[in-house]
Design a protein around this ligand. Structure first.
Ligand code: ATP
Ligand code: MG
Length: 271
């Protein structure tokens, strides 16, 4: 059984059909890249996976169960911008989700519970290269640092699925390739299934195990609103690893040239 099953999913807003009859499956631990022209429904699809939007028809199953129609800790998300809270420090941004889950009324924990959450948040911040920035507010962090903070925030609740909507789209090329390498390493070391939207095809090939291209196949202006996008291409790049398999640890992992490379997958590197 596949980890995520998308069954005959349609999404319509009023009389506009955005997505039309999507059916596909996503294996556990896949790194699926979604590409397609602007407005074809990529974000809409991610929001359905997140549970923020419901399909008009059809259904989505995660682990064989119909998706809960609200965001939960199974799914973490990072958007292109505005994923972090500007009024919280980096540390509190990462702690926030866990605090809210454990203390829904106050949104704050105390004592040993707080220390446990804080320790975990500090480890994650270090993981994404933000040790030393714990007490800074997002406005004092660069764009790349803010996106790494958003990644730490999304990873804090150990989601099974990480949804990324052009998370690196606004970053400079150098910073972008660093954060791609980081993302690939995190994916290698955890059991995450990642679904990521990008406009950048080289990025899709560098990071993904599979690329799905959404497209409206009928583009005549008079019928535009009546047809949604479907899957135009489904490219398998590398077989997803087996669920529950050993995390990949390569001796050369910290070597930038080896970072992100799969064993037996020369030439496809994340940096
Ligand atoms: N809440 C909504 N209400 C009405 N229409 C919507 C809503 N959300 C999205 N749409 C419409 O659905 C279509 C797909 O939008 P979506 O944001 O999913 O595209 P996208 O593929 O992510 O585009 P981009 O690459 O520009 O981010 C657009 O025509 C958009 O106007
Ligand atoms: Mg979008």
């Amino acid at each position: 059984m596949s980890f995520i099953q998308v069954e005959k999913v349609w999404k319509e807003y009023d009389d506009q059909i955005v997505l039309e009859d999507l059916s596909f499956e996503i294996e556990a631990r896949a790194f699926l890249m979604l590409v397609g022209p602007s407005g074809c429904g990529k974000t809409t699809f991610l929001r359905m996976l997140l549970g923020e939007e419901a399909p008009t028809r059809g259904r989505i199953l995660i682990d064989g169960k119909p998706l809960v129609a609200e965001p939960d800790s199974d799914r973490g998300v990072v958007f292109q911008r505005y994923s972090v809270f500007p009024h919280l420090t980096a540390l509190r941004n990462v702690m926030f989700g866990a605090e809210l889950a454990q203390a829904p009324l106050l949104g704050r924990l105390f004592g040993a519970k707080r220390r446990a959450v804080e320790d975990k948040a500090r480890v994650l911040l270090a993981e994404v290269g933000l040790a030393g920035s714990e007490d800074k507010y997002p406005a004092a962090l660069s764009g790349g640092m803010q996106q790494r903070l958003a990644l730490a925030q999304a990873l804090m609740r150990r989601p099974k699925v990480l949804l990324l909507d052009e998370p690196f789209g606004a970053l400079d090329p150098g910073i972008r390739s660093d954060i791609q390498a980081l993302m690939k390493r995190l994916w290698n070391e955890t059991h995450l299934t990642v679904v990521m939207v990008t406009h950048d095809l080289p990025e899709a090939f560098r990071l993904g195990t599979r690329i799905l291209a959404f497209e409206r196949s009928r583009n005549r202006p008079e019928e535009r609103a009546r047809y949604g996008a479907g899957i135009a291409k489904d490219i398998e790049i590398w077989p997803p690893r087996i669920a529950g398999g050993k995390p990949f640890t390569s001796p050369g992992r910290d070597d930038p040239a080896a970072r992100g490379a799969e064993p037996g997958r020369p030439g496809l590197q994340a940096s």
